[in-house]
Design a protein around this ligand. Structure first.
Ligand code: SF4
Length: 371
């Protein structure tokens, strides 16, 4: 078999990682190795459905085939460097990647459901002025194996089975600046999680929103809005200079929505900046006519990175939520989960980079997973 040197997922001289590849891609990669196509399907099912971590687990394959697969390919996931459990049950992981960079993932249990928050990049060049990941600076795009690997590792870490997994791309990075790898990762995740249980959250990258609109199977869309006008939005989110609010709203009005689906607008609430009742009324006017819901997210304060940004008091938060509701919108206030474990995007990585000790119980730290 010719070496897979043209495979962009493989490092030079490295074995391609089969994690994060949908069945059709695994079939293409394995085609020179397996005698019959259903063998490749068996391998895909082991990796995608049964979360296998090595070829030795694939007991319905012959030993020689397992050895050959192991010689040519890898099944590798990110490594757990640190895990912190919050009082409310949320768990946040710091993952190490094979080039030494780190990313975060969070699992938030609620009843029999589990919501996983995944990262799509190792940093973020978008630079929202309230976000620790943005403050840490840009990074590289995560590969499909690194995106899906977060999901696989979290599944293995669960202490109890869950009825349903939801996935949100709200971790580190702007997913719609990584559409090539995100597309493959989504196709792989769809094998286990319905597109209607996956949400991609964007700061408003218009080409990326158009890419999503053109997908045959689309995840749900969330847009980080955060201000009712261009001036304040571009102050909080510099990317709005490139993709102005008026263009964003026009694009969202065209966005195809499956029956019963809505666009989620996220609104990070910051004291004195965007927390007046009149701001809520302006938001309601702006998104009127778009099937939508609004998630109000009181700022997760970080005095070290943003000493001047404060969370509004609870009464102000409630007043704004009520004003949105009175304007006819569906509103949820995200009283933040995991506040005691640096749950806001980038906070755990930021602390890790500074080398300060974990604040909470640490479980599973430094274990290697899935190698
Ligand atoms: S909020 Fe999202 S898009 Fe903005 S800087 Fe943070 S990670 Fe990037």
């Amino acid at each position: 078999m010719a070496p897979l040197r043209n495979d962009p997922r493989a490092e030079p001289g490295d074995r391609p990682n089969l994690v994060g590849q949908p069945p059709r891609a695994i079939a293409a990669l394995l085609e020179p190795v397996v005698d019959r196509p259903f063998r490749a399907r068996q391998v895909a099912r082991w990796i995608i459905d049964r979360n296998a971590t090595g070829f030795a687990e694939m007991t319905n394959l012959s030993k020689p085939l397992r050895a050959e697969l192991d010689r040519r390919f890898r099944i590798a996931d990110p490594e757990i460097l640190e895990a912190s459990t919050s009082d409310d049950g949320s768990v946040k992981w710091l993952f190490g990647l094979d080039d030494g960079l780190t990313i975060e993932g969070v699992a938030m249990p609620e009843g029999g459901k589990l919501t996983m928050c995944l990262s799509s990049q190792t940093g973020c060049a978008v630079g929202c002025t309230f976000c620790v990941t943005g403050a840490l600076g840009g990074g590289r795009n995560l590969r499909p194996d690194e995106i899906v690997g977060q999901y696989r590792v979290m599944l293995r870490q669960l202490e109890a089975p869950v009825d349903r997994v939801n996935i949100v791309f709200m971790g580190m990075g702007e997913p719609l600046l990584n559409t090539g790898h995100l597309g493959l990762a989504l196709e792989t995740l769809y094998e286990r999680v319905s597109p209607k249980r996956i949400t991609v959250s964007t700061s408003g990258i218009l080409p990326g929103i158009r890419w999503l609109a053109g997908l045959e199977r689309r995840p749900k869309l969330a847009v980080s809005l955060n201000a009712p006008d261009q001036e304040r939005r571009q102050h909080l989110m510099p990317i709005a200079r490139r993709y102005p609010l008026v263009d964003l709203m026009a694009e969202l009005r065209r966005f195809p929505l499956e029956h019963g689906r809505r666009i989620t607008f996220e609104y990070v609430l910051i004291r004195g900046l965007n927390d007046r009742v009149t701001d809520a009324e302006a938001v309601a006017r702006m998104i009127r006519g778009i099937p939508s819901k609004v998630n109000v997210i009181p700022l997760n304060e970080d005095p070290e990175h943003f000493p001047d940004l404060r969370r509004p008091d609870d009464a102000t938060i409630n007043q704004l939520a009520i004003a949105l509701r009175d304007a006819g919108l569906t509103v949820t206030v995200r009283w933040s989960k995991g506040l005691d474990v640096d749950a806001a995007c980038g906070q755990l990585k930021g602390r890790h980079q500074r080398g300060s000790p974990p604040r909470l119980e640490v479980r599973g730290a430094s274990q290697r997973d899935g190698r």
